[in-house]
Write a protein that binds this ligand. Structure first.
Ligand code: SF4
Length: 406
């Protein structure tokens, strides 16, 4: 990403530009934190120190930041100030706790009718590298490969036109027959809407079928960036931003909790990322059904956007911090180590993130796009990484209704 405009004035510009540097927040007040010394970075652009002080004051007073604050925080070079403020919010909510889940991924098919330009996972019909798990395959994997300590399965896949509606319902049923203890976090809004189309049922009727089969909650993927421009450029056939928000609203109103993601580091602008966060926040004001917000770092390899450099560690940390500061109504901010890397994830636990996802096991989607992170980590490794970051590891369930110190 292009470095921030070094000569920027205190106010963010209104022109679109790729990411530079910055953050923002909101929470209730306590005593002024000890770090609130009037330390001024000598090289900060004119006005940035004052603007940061004003934002810090608002966050400490529990005043919600607006999109303009968010844009400033996305661009100010004072990333450490942004991170420190986000860390204050994070510690106020969660103290030293860093949550993780013992989970694994299941991607039942990589055939897909869509061809999102940022995706290296999908295969067209007849592609010899495509795969489709039968229900018996799924049953065998659950029986033979699912560890006893597992508490969650994260299930997403391609939009495979050869699979009937009943497959997606039965897949949940099969897993539950084998392992009734598992929480099934399954199917994005893209898949839920596809199920409604192929079954000719309403979203609510589809959810009733899924819930009866064992659905526990929904993951947050498929939204990418809530921008009509990016949608038209990268994934025009998939749900539009308005359609994604409407589907998410209906899912949450039907009592199903879910996450929200945000794919960054491709062609989006700072304004579009901030608008995405503000739109998710507005829906959360309405529904209160989002559990966690998860910035996802784009991996360009083997995609149609392979010419792009992808996000840097700087942008990884900035999106974590700014999302913690803007999303004052979402309890958890996750650093998804598969995409951000284990090293960045450790630092992110001090830049606003309170959750490091989980053991994962068998991650395919990001690794098809060239991720060099492991396919999974053991619980012991996660605990070690969290402790090394100076945090206290807590194993949680999917909804974070239970969390136990490790
Ligand atoms: S991102 Fe999902 S919907 Fe888009 S092509 Fe990849 S698998 Fe298909």
């Amino acid at each position: 990403m292009t470095p921030a405009a070094a000569s920027a004035s205190a106010a963010p510009t209104t022109t679109s530009q790729p990411h530079a540097t910055g953050t923002s927040a909101s929470t209730a007040v306590g005593a002024a934190p000890r770090w609130r010394t009037p330390l001024r970075d000598p090289a900060l652009p004119a006005g940035h120190h004052e603007r940061l002080l004003a934002i810090e004051e608002r966050v400490l007073s529990g005043v919600r930041l607006d999109a303009d604050d968010g844009l400033f925080l996305m661009r100010t070079p004072a990333l450490h100030r942004v991170g420190r403020l986000a860390n204050w919010v994070r510690e106020k909510r969660h103290g030293e706790r860093a949550y993780f889940v013992v989970n694994r991924h299941l991607n039942p098919t990589n055939f897909c009718v869509y061809d999102c330009k940022f995706c290296a996972f999908y295969r067209r019909a007849n592609d010899p590298t495509g795969y489709r798990m039968s229900l018996e395959d799924v049953r065998r994997v659950v029986r033979d490969e699912f560890e006893r300590e597992l508490t969650e399965v994260h299930i997403v896949g391609g939009i495979d036109p050869k699979l009937p509606y009943s497959y997606f319902i039965d897949l949940l049923r099969v897993i539950k027959e084998e392992r009734p203890d598992l929480h099934l976090k399954a199917w994005t809004m893209i898949e839920i809407e596809w199920f409604a189309r192929i079954s000719k049922k309403s979203i609510e009727e589809v959810l009733d079928d899924l819930l009866a089969a064992g659905l526990g909650s929904c993951p947050g993927g498929g939204v990418e960036v809530l921008s009509d421009r990016v949608h038209a450029a990268l994934f025009p056939d998939k749900l539009s931003p308005a359609q994604w928000l409407d589907t998410a609203r209906r899912v949450q109103r039907h009592g199903v909790r879910m996450n929200a993601t945000m794919l960054y580091g491709h062609i989006e602008t700072d304004e579009e990322l901030v608008a995405h966060m503000v739109a998710v926040r507005a829906l959360q004001d309405e529904t209160k059904g989002f559990m966690t917000f998860i910035p996802l770092a784009f991996h360009p390899a083997h995609t149609e956007l392979a010419h792009l450099p992808g996000p840097t560690g700087l942008l990884d940390l900035r999106t974590i911090a700014v999302s913690r500061l803007l999303l004052d109504n979402i309890e958890h901010i996750k650093t998804y180590w598969v995409m951000q890397g284990l090293g960045v994830a450790q630092v992110a636990l001090r830049f606003g993130a309170d959750d490091i996802d989980g053991t994962v096991v068998e991650e395919k989607i990001t690794h098809d796009a060239g991720a060099t992170t492991p396919f999974g980590v053991t619980q012991g490794e996660l605990v070690r990484l969290i402790r090394e970051a100076g945090r206290a590891p807590y194993q949680r369930d999917t909804t974070c209704s239970r969390a136990t110190p490790v």
